[in-house]
Design a protein around this ligand. Structure first.
Ligand SMILES: *Cc1c(COP(=O)(O)O)cnc(C)c1O
Length: 466
């Protein structure tokens, strides 16, 4: 292993899907039609689609073979038992509640554990996670270390929980008002940054003392395990699969979006150890998702996920996956583009505030940059800044997080090194014309998770480039 420097993919390509380059005029029309929101573009209007790594991965031949073994019985599908076995083996949770995707698990967990007036700490918010906590009557409190909010800090574990911030909250409101902490491994909105095993151990110990549950957002826990193997003392000769178990063993449960680490197009789950929580969750899953042995997934989806989990923890796979992300990030850093450092597990995050200093936060520089990159190159990215952060539920004011980012998210096993090269070149082309990029203002603002469906107008003239 030590002599092997390459992150070359441990697979070869068997099936291809054509993609098409559009003209600049087509893209200008398309982005205007989409209200300058990349979520509202059609997929066929995109050349390289880096909107998200969610549900966009390529399945293996083994997973596709598993699709033919779908047992579509309403109750007790054999694929459910295969999934349960995979989750028990690799994540270690005794009780599995399947859901249609991650937010289904977040909804159920929030309803089971949160009472009106409770506080739920977390290492930086995630959009759907925080909204479900708020809808259940809870208040989210950010307890990530300060470095997590600093795009230039090279801290190797920028996702870590700040124990002092956690203690302060518990002392302020009382442990009985804090049912659980959500620990994201890795932290998506901090730039795909990992949590160290040492930090997780401290969090688990403190929370056990206080009677607070530790719930992982395990969406990218395999990527977190890989960073632990690469960066933390004492882990370099442990397998990613073994480290993953060690991470999960420190927690009481997890919500999971199978659409990320687990290499499937749809699916998720809630995993817990406490049989009483499992029972309450099963009572709710039948209301919101489906019977407790399918939770909104077809049998074939559960089989693909069971197989995907086993593939996702292979050291070769995860080294190639993160290696590709680091390759793109390295190219941009070399060219002097301001990006969140160190490069995270699933995406390269452009620091839009630094790239477009002529645009005030109120005209959403990251939203504008995503539109400009699309018009320039056909590459689709996503805003992760003030638009994603939404409004404060009490004051109604816009929330302005420290980070104003554009995310170039890499689907697993989909694009090649040449696509990464084109992506880096395209970002540089936008950088060359940065002063011409116009700001945006809301034309339509939805009440919940506004970034998905919002529409914008350009400020000071027509078109994203002046
Ligand atoms: C995607 C995601 C979720 C939500 O999962 P869905 O499957 O999209 O519902 C939760 N947490 C994190 C960190 C995610 O990236």
């Amino acid at each position: 292993m030590s002599r092997r420097r390459s992150w070359a993919e441990p697979w070869k390509i068997k099936v291809v899907e054509p993609i098409r380059m559009t003209t600049r005029a087509e893209r200008e029309a398309a982005v205007r039609e989409a209200g300058y929101n990349t979520f509202l573009l059609r997929s066929e209007e995109c050349y390289i689609d880096l909107l998200t790594d969610s549900g966009t991965s390529a399945m293996s031949d083994q997973q596709w073979a598993g699709m033919m073994l779908g047992d579509e019985a309403y109750a007790g599908s054999s694929n459910f038992y295969a999934l349960q076995e995979a989750v028990r083996k690799y994540y270690g949770y005794e009780h599995l509640i399947p859901t249609h995707q991650g937010r289904g698990a977040e909804n159920i967990l929030s309803q089971v554990l949160i009472d009106e007036g409770d506080f739920v700490p977390g290492n930086m918010y995630f959009t759907t996670t925080r909204l479900h906590q708020e809808l259940a009557g809870g208040t989210f409190r950010d307890v990530i270390i300060d470095e997590g909010h600093d795009p230039s800090s090279e801290h190797p574990f920028k996702g870590n929980v700040d124990l002092a911030k956690l203690r302060e909250l518990v002392e302020e409101v009382g442990a009985e008002r804090v049912p659980y902490i959500t620990v994201g491994v890795t932290v998506n909105l901090a730039g795909g940054q990992p949590v160290s095993m040492a930090n997780l151990r401290e969090v688990a110990e403190y929370c056990r003392e206080q009677g607070i549950l530790v719930i992982l957002d395990a969406t990218r826990a395999v990527e977190n395990a890989y960073f632990v193997q690469q960066r933390e003392d004492g882990y370099s000769d442990k397998s990613v699969a073994r480290i993953l178990r060690e991470i999960c063993d420190l927690s009481d449960g997890a919500t999971m979006s199978g659409k990320k680490d687990s290499l499937v197009n749809i699916g998720g789950w809630l995993g817990v150890r406490d049989p009483r929580i499992a029972e309450q969750a099963r009572n709710l899953v039948v209301v919101y998702e489906g019977l407790h042995t399918y939770g909104g997934m077809a049998g074939r989806d559960m089989e693909a996920m069971a197989r995907g989990i086993a593939e996702s923890v292979q050291d070769d796979h995860i080294r190639a996956r993160v290696g590709q992300v680091e390759y793109l990030g390295g190219k941009l850093i070399e060219a002097g583009v301001p990006v969140v450092r160190p490069i995270g597990g699933h995406a390269v995050f452009l620091d839009a505030a630094a790239m477009l200093p002529h645009l005030a936060r109120e005209v959403f520089p990251a939203q504008a940059l995503a539109s400009a990159l699309y018009v320039e190159s056909g590459i689709r990215s996503m805003e992760r800044g003030a638009v994603s952060a939404g409004r404060d539920p009490v004051s109604g004011e816009n929330r302005y997080p420290k980070l104003e980012l554009v995310r170039l998210t890499i689907p697993r096993r989909v694009y090649t090194q040449a696509h990464m090269d084109v992506t880096a070149e395209s970002v540089l082309e936008v950088l060359d014309q940065r002063e011409r990029v116009r700001g945006l203002e809301f034309a339509y603002e939805p009440e919940y998770l506004r970034f998905f469906q919002a529409r914008f107008d350009t400020v000071g003239g027509d078109g994203i480039f002046a």
